[in-house]
Design a protein around this ligand. Structure first.
Ligand SMILES: NC(=O)c1ccc[n+]([C@@H]2O[C@H](COP(=O)([O-])OP(=O)(O)OC[C@H]3O[C@@H](n4cnc5c(N)ncnc54)[C@H](O)[C@@H]3O)[C@@H](O)[C@H]2O)c1
Length: 303
């Protein structure tokens, strides 16, 4: 959707043709919602965007002549390696970008067997990509910088906000931060320091207010007289708190059951889709607000 909105021709490939038909229906629904909210990415009409998307069940037809390939097959290392081997065997120009959506597999584990491994990287979108523009670009040790530059430029053209890691690490950036948050949140709830509702409120009504607009270091930098002052005043306390973090453990047992019961009270399993729509409506409103503020900021700078 993001590439088509910018006028690129997109070819979707799947081994199950029904999946391609469902994808087209889903794309129509998602784009209609986007246009209704006034969040379309370009001056193209909805019909023009749809006209840029084709489907095929033949891999060679999909990748031949492509400038950018985004693989999104299920999160299974052997399957992904095999799909990439097939792509690698099809003649593609040397400046093509090989990108995988993997959420958790470092790129070296998916690309060491490829002839074009120097063009390979992770391009991990944040969910849902239409409303959440950040995308993590993670090179393998052998990825050439020109390939990353090309991917970054393409992401910027389609209106995404890429971040580039200098080297691979488990969880990349976003999932590592989320893992740290979940680790601490699990301790607070499972050891009964706070109930799950209050924990969620601390994020949505407290920390979330900052983090929609700035990152943790920037937050700390302006919370004191700069980051150095912050470290001087609160660094030792932060270290003391960090020392009380527990060892990682699987989230299971009676505490997990209680947590599930509490979460079910807000969102029963049969209403998860509604809750996703609720989230997307709010993310859409936030994105609109951020765009408006950015525009106003630009005008202020020009005065
Ligand atoms: N769902 C998310 O929120 C999300 C976000 C970021 C990244 N990712 C990553 O994207 C990838 C896909 O996740 P998903 O949730 O969309 O999976 P999914 O299971 O919903 O979709 C995978 C698709 O791949 C197709 N497929 C299976 N084998 C194939 C093959 N050999 N060749 C071509 N197509 C094949 C399936 O038919 C299916 O349509 C995973 O690596 C996941 O970690 C997912």
């Amino acid at each position: 959707m993001l590439f088509a909105c910018s006028g690129y021709d997109v070819m979707l490939y799947d081994v199950i043709s029904d999946q391609l038909q469902s994808a087209l229906v889903d794309i129509e629904a998602q784009l209609s919602a986007l246009y209704k909210e006034g969040l379309q990415r370009s001056s193209l009409t909805l019909a023009e965007v749809k006209g840029h998307i084709c489907t095929t069940t033949i891999l060679e037809e999909c990748v031949t002549g492509a400038i950018y390939i985004q693989e999104c097959v299920p999160e299974n290392r052997d399957l992904k390696r095999d799909v990439w081997r097939q792509i690698d065997d099809v003649i593609t120009p040397d400046d093509v970008v090989f990108a995988t959506s993997t959420s958790a597999i470092v790129p070296s584990l998916l690309s060491d067997h490829l002839k074009k491994r120097h063009r390979f990287m992770v391009a991990h979108p944040a969910n849902p990509p239409l409303l959440n523009p950040m995308v993590e670009l993670v090179p393998a040790p052998w990825t050439e910088p020109a390939a990353v530059d090309r991917a970054r430029a393409l992401m910027e053209v389609i209106g995404q906000v890429p971040i580039v890691l200098n080297k691979e690490i488990d969880g990349f950036v976003q999932a590592r931060i989320q893992a740290a948050i979940i680790h601490v949140a699990w301790q607070l709830v499972s050891e009964d320091y706070v109930d799950v509702e209050s924990l969620e409120t601390a994020m949505s009504e407290g920390l979330g207010g900052w983090y929609a607009f700035m990152g943790p270091f920037d937050v700390e930098h302006i919370n004191a007289d700069g980051f150095v002052d912050l470290c001087k005043k609160y660094g030792a306390k932060a270290e003391q708190v960090q020392k009380t973090f527990p060892k990682p453990e699987l989230m299971q047992g009676p505490a997990a059951k209680k947590l599930t019961r509490d979460l079910q009270q807000w969102t029963p399993s049969n209403r998860l889709t509604d809750r996703c729509r609720w989230r997307d409506r709010r993310m859409s409103a936030l994105l609109q607000l951020k765009r408006k503020l950015d525009e106003e900021g630009k005008r202020e700078e020009l005065k």
